[in-house]
Design a protein around this ligand. Structure first.
Ligand code: ADP
Ligand code: MG
Length: 383
């Protein structure tokens, strides 16, 4: 790799004072439910971004290097504004949001390295935000709580990047524990851990390697559609402040006042919340077969009711559904591309990935990529 002089000299002179790792995440079920105050079932994965921090030798200037992009930028700690390059905004956004609630952040330098796929629905963005928040909290002994760091990271994405994401990604990245799945109630931002064993099945991510540019605009449109339903019902019932407060019966009563799309979006969210809770029971009782069926049902809801899937994702889920060794498959993340998450018998993974890759290549002319993962530790320090 050709490295420019500035990067080489920064790397050579860098002595790390603190190392942080921040993982990506998967989500078993509960898609587009977080911003509707619903339930989600994510876990961190064993792919991550790593960060080396040091206090800067300069009083005010911070230098950040992403080895992924082989790019470096500087900014002044006491004069932060939105930057042109998106990736830089995840970082300065976290610093700016931190400064709104606490003082004491000095100038710092950071090297960012990563083995996480970007823009594939495993939330490299939240991994990046949370790693910066966690690192600065430790480096400058700020005593922020984990929840504060989660909220700072989410706000950075809202205010500096413009994605009005829910809280799931940052929460899962920060709070996950090895070997556990996290049931998060996004109404009260509280979680419980479910020790999960999938053996003899393993978690396989298939990456469509497409990212349709509808993703961010449609994401914000879905949020608005859900809000519209809430506002329609709220005209008569003050106690309804999100879809979490809406019952199936209530939604049914408003069917005539809502367009077909609005009705379908809301029905999907209500059903998906129920599926998450049912999936948790399946994990607790070891009923992985039913757990997998709920994953398929989630995908069909996202495909037909919430309308955030795409032909590449649907193709992979359809392909999985014909294979007896696969318990469940669904699109994961915001949609319109990215990965599917699959529960596959460990002895069948290699053959399945080969077959799926061949079929996918024939159909779309695109190379499929895949990896096996396990529920892993959230953002933490390492030496
Ligand atoms: P996802 O969160 O699913 O990976 P997003 O589009 O939300 O997809 O976030 C991806 C963006 O996060 C990248 O385009 C980039 O701006 C930023 N990012 C993630 N990892 C890195 C990295 N290692 N170096 C620099 N920027 C990164
Ligand atoms: Mg993201």
């Amino acid at each position: 790799m050709i490295m420019n002089k500035q990067i080489a000299s920064f790397l050579n002179s860098f002595e790390s004072q603190l190392k942080v790792m921040s993982p990506g995440r998967i989500n078993f079920i509960g898609e587009h439910t977080d911003y509707n105050n619903g339930f989600v079932l994510p876990a961190a994965i064993d792919k991550k971004i790593t960060f080396s921090f040091r206090k800067s030798v300069s009083k005010t200037q911070c230098t950040i290097l992403s080895t992924t992009y082989q790019k470096l930028f500087t900014f002044s700690i006491d004069k932060i504004s939105i930057r042109e390059a998106t990736w830089e905004n995840y970082i300065v956004g976290v610093v700016a949001e931190m400064q709104k609630i606490i003082s004491g952040i000095g100038a710092f330098d950071c090297i960012i390295d990563s083995d996480l796929p970007l823009g594939s629905g495993v939330s490299s963005s939240a991994a990046l935000e949370c790693g910066i928040a966690y690192g600065l909290n430790a480096l400058f002994k700020l005593n922020l709580s984990t929840l504060q760091m989660i909220e700072i990271s989410q706000r950075a994405e809202h205010e500096y990047v413009g994605t009005k994401c829910g809280i799931m990604d940052q929460y899962a990245v920060m709070k996950s524990k090895e070997g556990a799945v996290l049931l998060l109630d996004c109404l009260i931002n509280k979680h419980s851990y479910i020790e999960a064993s999938f053996d003899p099945y393993v978690i396989v991510l298939l990456n469509t390697n497409v990212s349709h540019n509808l993703a961010s605009s449609e994401y914000n449109t879905r949020r608005e559609e859900c809000e519209f339903v809430v506002n329609t019902i709220r005209k008569d019932s003050n106690n309804v402040s999100s879809l979490r407060d809406v019952t199936f019966l209530q939604l049914q009563q408003y069917k005539d006042q809502l367009s077909k799309n609005h009705y379908e979006r809301a029905a999907y969210v209500l059903e998906e919340n129920e599926r998450v809770l049912a999936a948790v029971e399946c994990l607790k009782t070891g009923n992985l077969k039913q757990f997998g069926s709920l994953m398929y049902a989630s995908h069909r809801g996202l495909q037909y009711q919430y309308d955030v899937s795409c032909p590449e994702l649907d193709f992979l889920v359809d392909f999985s559904e014909t294979n007896k060794e696969i318990l469940g498959s669904r699109m994961m993340g915001g949609g319109f591309g990215g990965c599917t998450i699959n529960l596959i018998h460990k002895n069948a993974v290699d053959d399945f990935v080969k077959e799926a890759s061949k079929a996918y290549k024939e159909k779309f002319g695109i190379a499929l990529t895949s990896f096996v993962t396990v529920p892993s530790q959230g953002t933490s320090m390492y030496s």
